[in-house]
Design a protein around this ligand. Sequence first.
Ligand code: GCO
Ligand code: MG
Length: 455
Amino acid sequence: MSFRSHQPGRRNFLKLAGAAALGAPGVAGGPARGASSADPPAGGLPPLKITEVRVIVTCPDRNYVLVKILTSEPGLYGVGDATLNGRELSVATTLEKHIAPLLTGRDPEQIEDTWQYLYRGPYWRGGPVQMTALAGVDLALWDIKGKRAGMPVYQLLGGRTRVGALAYTHASGETFQEVEDAIRRAMERGFKCVRAQVAIPGLQDTYGTAAKKSSEEIAGRVPQQAGLPETELFEPSPYLRTVPKLFAHLRAKLGDEVELLHDVHEKLEPVYAARLAKELEPYHLFFLEDPLRPEYKESFRLIREHSTTPIAMGELFNTLWDCVPLIKEQLIDYIRCDMDHIGGLTNARKVAALAEAFQVRTAWHGPGDIAPPTHAANVHLDVSIPNFGIQEMVFFPDVAREVLPGGPTFKDGYMNVTDSPGLGTDINEEVAKKYPYKRAYLPTARRKDGSVQDW
Ligand code: GCO
Ligand code: MG
């Protein structure tokens, strides 16, 4: 891999300027009169308007919600991802009924203003549904901006800081041996970093173990269940007894070089998370992921006080402000929000900048239940910031790639993006129609006494 010089190849819009005769873009339901939308366009480009917002829900193997924003320039559009696993239709309805009417007529170049308007405008701000809808719009607008500039998005973010994004995949199994074998297969594919999860004796189908499926096939793809959700069983004691033994086994068999990670998936209460982090210290994890529920930020102090295992947190966060307490007190080492659930690239780059000031690195969520535009946006940001840490990744099945072409590449343990203008992803709307939405849920979990447990 090497840094590639990029020739912008800026599209010749000046030719279009006279013909377009679009006039100053009106902003339906938009900012107050006299705001920047009426200013002359920068850089000599003709004015541009959003003409249509299409929301496409499709299920090539699993459900995805895509946002396609069309503009007044023929052929210029952007594609964003607004998938919220298990609540897809809430986001699609928010986009169709509430957000699309606000966007028609706006200038798609004004990404920050549109973000602020959609975030603060409705008064009832935030939450995963609205922030995912906002991400779909935001990613589509960055895609448009890149295409208009003739540049990949990472160039708009300041250009490359690294040749690729170090990636991790998932390995799981019913036994320690199966996990070890799955890690070896991942290493043969080039991975230098692998997340390890194992089935817990006495508990069937604990998160991340995806019983009876080969781990490469499902790597990063949590089950999506048709019908009503299944209930898994969880008890902290057997989990806490098993996980340190798994990592003792893995280090003994695999040596020290491969980087190992583990996802707690917000299942533990603070003192048990602290115990797990402490007991995992000898095995030098790259990080321990999402140990606590997102509500309990102050409890991260307990983990910190008891161990030097690096801690990552964030896939259930929805805003920059969720990240502030953990970052400013340096209670975590990696911030791993889901760009698709925190309002897209516009907010994620602010999270990254905040983290940079406190020596926290990024590890954006990259599971199979978000679509390629988000994975691409992750990597555009990864390769353009100074404090990137690691990128979770997934291989999409052929059927998903047919509907959603493009996306990051993987080679020798690193992800990358191409130099295609914009995000480098697309949607094939005709093929998408062949795969209509199917209602599906994530699993749920309970304790042995029947009470509800975080999954
Ligand atoms: C991860 C995540 C996912 C989530 C999934 C829920 O680390 O990749 O924990 O596996 O469970 O995104 O929809
Ligand atoms: Mg996780």
